[in-house]
Ligand binder design. Structure first.
Ligand SMILES: *Cc1c(COP(=O)(O)O)cnc(C)c1O
Length: 405
């Protein structure tokens, strides 16, 4: 038997980096949900009012979705058994894609395992190293990763700065290669809406492909939650529409909508589609049921917006910085409470939790240095009582910690 000499841990540098985070006060541990994802639920054994989930419409626990998942599991089992291109395309996957395409009024749709995979897989498939990506500074990490994987040149413009986006496009006017102009429909950390009409104008003027990632707009904005393209009536001016099935839709997945040929091309070239197993049938069935709910229960979206208006008004009255100079930057159910300092933000979040409010602190690198925040997200299922209670706690803890007067 070979004797082993003591080997020093080659990963010890990770421990050093974690210790740095601990010294800075931005190290976190995962909070564990003991029951269902809901407006009031139990994390780490403590019942809290939940302001942190993306469960906008309360669909994670909707009886019809739950039943659809169970029925599909009974009928078709728990897994698809293969990637889509080998043997893992089940009829229910196709039904979901056809349903989304009809809902969005586009030729075709392809579903990926997640919104992350949809963005990263699509951007890296449609562009190559001779091409250009013109991208908003605050676009989602999955877009940035897709852009890097494509090896195209990445030209970043300041957040929502149309003039700068145009400068970027003009600077490559005489170069060969394709251009992709890309924005989030709703920005996930600030809750503001991307300037789609102006960006579509630019895309047309400079012959760029226009792509919108509507993860936080899916089920939230537009008629019955059709997203920002519908909200701005930009139909037919956006070539690639990405949405998620993981937030308002309540389950898991991402999708790309566009022409039949775009989707057919992604079947052949998008790497998460080619190299990663498709959804269990229960997930597809759940999502089909969710789109029925979007169409048949519009009162959920109305309630979401009613809660959102109330929440923003009350937070502003308490004196919290909810972003923006004179008017709040956020126009959606995402409302950031900007604290600034990373450590103070994490301490504030922990105190809120002790008092029964779950508001997750978000610091660098998820948001820029000095812009740490508690991100709150309204849902349709929070009651007036719960919101009043949460406001009480925010006020009390905010005063105690010197965040508001
Ligand atoms: C959450 C999010 C994604 C990723 O979606 P998942 O389905 O959770 O992988 C992509 N883009 C944006 C803007 C997001 O907020």
């Amino acid at each position: 038997m070979a004797t082993t000499t003591a080997r020093s841990n080659p990963l010890s540098y990770l421990t050093d980096q974690l210790n740095d985070l601990k010294a800075k006060g931005t190290h976190f541990r995962l909070r564990i949900l003991d029951d269902e994802q809901a407006a009031v639920c139990t994390f780490d054994g403590k019942k809290v009012i939940n302001l942190a989930s993306n469960n906008y419409l309360g669909l994670t626990t909707h009886p019809k979705l739950r039943e659809a998942a169970l029925e599909a599991t009974r009928k078709y089992g728990v897994g698809s058994g293969a990637v889509r291109t080998i043997a893992g395309t089940m009829r229910i996957h196709m039904e979901l894609e056809e349903k989304i395409a009809r809902f969005k009024n586009v030729e075709a749709c392809v579903v990926f395992q997640s919104g992350f995979a949809a963005n990263a897989g699509t951007v890296s498939a449609v562009l190559g190293k001779e091409d250009f990506i013109i991208s908003d500074q605050l676009n989602h990490a999955s877009i940035i990763d897709g852009a890097r994987l494509s090896r195209a040149k990445i030209l970043v413009f300041e957040h929502k700065n149309i003039a700068q986006a145009e400068e970027r496009l003009a600077s490559i006017k005489d170069q060969p290669g394709k251009r992709l102009l890309i924005t989030d429909g709703v920005f996930s950390m600030d809750g503001d809406i991307g300037p789609l009409p102006a960006l579509c104008d630019l895309a047309e003027k400079y012959g760029a492909i226009m792509m919108v990632d509507d993860a936080h707009a899916s089920g939230v904005l537009g008629r019955n939650g059709r997203g920002t393209i519908d909200h701005f009536k930009m139909h037919s001016r956006v070539d690639v529409q990405v949405g998620t099935l993981s937030k308002a839709i309540g389950a898991l997945g991402g999708y790309v909508c566009g022409t039949r040929d775009l989707i057919d091309f992604l079947y052949h070239r998008a790497r998460p589609f080619l190299f990663s197993t498709s959804h269990p049938p229960s997930v597809a069935a759940t999502c089909i049921a969710a789109f029925d709910v979007l169409e048949n229960e519009p009162e959920r979206i109305e309630k979401l917006w009613e809660n959102t208006r109330f929440w923003k008004r009350e937070l502003g009255l308490l004196g919290f910085d909810i972003g923006g100079q004179t008017t709040p930057a956020s126009q959606t159910p995402i409302t950031p409470i900007i604290i600034g300092d990373g450590k103070l933000t994490m301490d504030f979040s922990r105190e809120l939790f002790k008092e029964g409010v779950m508001g997750t602190g978000i610091a660098f690198p998820t948001v820029p240095e000095g812009k740490a925040r508690i991100r709150t997200i309204m849902t349709a299922t929070h009651t007036q009582d719960e919101l009043q209670q949460a406001l009480e706690v925010l006020k009390r803890v905010g005063k105690k910690m010197g965040i508001v007067n």
